[in-house]
Design a protein around this ligand. Structure first.
Ligand code: ADP
Ligand code: TRP
Length: 326
């Protein structure tokens, strides 16, 4: 069973949504499956970010977040997407079996239109690049948050279409791996936590920055002394860090009245800071060894390429491409 997933370096700090929706599963799955591949999707980030220096900076920062969170290069193949440029060839190949209508239905594209943006061609074809990421490595299982589910369905469509047209089982059909409990982590304003909404709580930032974000969680104006229903972003976020008993205890205290939202935020903050403390330390340790991080990424890319080569060769052969394909 091969597991594969990536996260874009559009920002320099991953947030709780990325952690609970994706990264935590990356760490769990690397122990359970023979081969796991995790990467930083820097080509994808080009659809939004147009500053090369910033991209490289973000890529290395996100690499530290992965390593800090526990992605272990002894267990997982860890690399940067563009260090295996073959993926762009597969993107082209898949794009020729992908109907425009399929891409027009993509949430990522429709969201950009809804926001009044003028999407570039890269954003329009972004699901094809994502499919290439997945299919190039014969991935079986893809851990992602709920928002990526549609891209997995499209990936399966593209694989089926290529295999059908060329009459060979070149690509394997992947399955998404989405945990119900963390499929959509709410942001500080109650919408899905996302960089593009500016409602994130960073996972490995300093306690000071974390505090600023936690204190900014939006609540209603029920006075401290009044009973409160334990629901909404604040309680949902608390639940991610609490045991069942702690959740029940907090719910009972909220319903009884006398518990202010400010107090709940303090309790949540303490939990967030404690939970990520060992990861922050591991991140800081890697940060002191940038050459080691580059070595990890280089050997990850070399291994990823080894896995990709036979799949790409098979694909080229089936499609009758080139005269030098073995
Ligand atoms: P963002 O929405 O901040 O741009 P990305 O799209 O880069 O985040 O997401 C990277 C990974 O983190 C994806 O697997 C995505 O599904 C997951 N993810 C992002 N935000 C959330 C969230 N709020 N809840 C659950 N998973 C999330
Ligand atoms: N599109 C994904 C996101 O924004 C990132 C990504 C790119 C990805 N390629 C992937 C995730 C392949 C899983 C598998 O979150």
């Amino acid at each position: 069973m091969r597991v594969l997933a990536g996260i874009q370096p559009t920002d320099d700090a991953l947030h709780l949504g990325n952690y609970f929706g994706a990264l935590r599963q990356f760490v769990d799955l690397q122990q359970k499956h023979d081969e796991t591949l995790y990467f930083i999707a820097d080509y994808h980030s080009m659809t939004k970010l147009r500053d090369g220096k910033q991209r490289l900076h973000n890529t290395l920062d996100v690499a530290l977040d992965y390593l800090g969170a526990g992605v272990d290069p002894e267990h997982a193949v860890f690399f940067v997407q563009s260090d295996v440029p073959e993926v762009t060839e597969v993107t082209w190949i898949l794009s020729t079996v992908t109907p425009m209508g399929l891409l027009e239905r993509a949430h990522s594209y429709k969201d950009a239109l809804a926001k009044g943006e003028t999407p570039n061609h890269g954003l329009f074809t972004y699901p094809v690049l994502m499919a290439a990421d997945i299919l190039l490595y014969h991935s079986d299982l893809v851990p992602v948050g709920q928002d990526q589910k549609q891209h997995l369905e499209m990936t399966r469509d593209m694989a089926t279409s290529f295999n059908h047209h060329y009459g060979e089982e070149v690509f394997k059909l992947p399955e998404p791996y989405i945990l119900d409990s963390t499929a959509v982590v709410p942001g500080t304003d109650g919408r899905k936590m996302s960089k593009s909404y500016g409602n994130t709580i960073p996972m490995l930032a300093s306690p000071k920055k974390t505090k600023k974000a936690v204190m900014g969680i939006v609540t209603d104006s029920t006075p401290v002394e009044d009973p409160k229903e334990p629901q909404g972003a604040l309680f949902d976020l608390y639940a991610l860090f609490a045991t069942a008993e702690e959740r029940e205890d907090l719910a009972a205290r909220a319903r009884a009245g006398g518990l202010g939202y400010g107090h709940v935020k303090q309790e949540l903050l303490a939990k967030v800071v404690d939970y990520f403390e060992p990861m922050r330390e591991r991140r800081a340790d890697f940060e002191r060894r940038p050459d080691d991080v580059r070595d990890i990424l280089a050997s990850g890319a070399a291994r990823a390429r080894e896995i990709a080569r036979p799949v790409l060769d098979h694909c080229r052969r089936a499609a009758g491409l080139g005269t030098r394909t073995p």
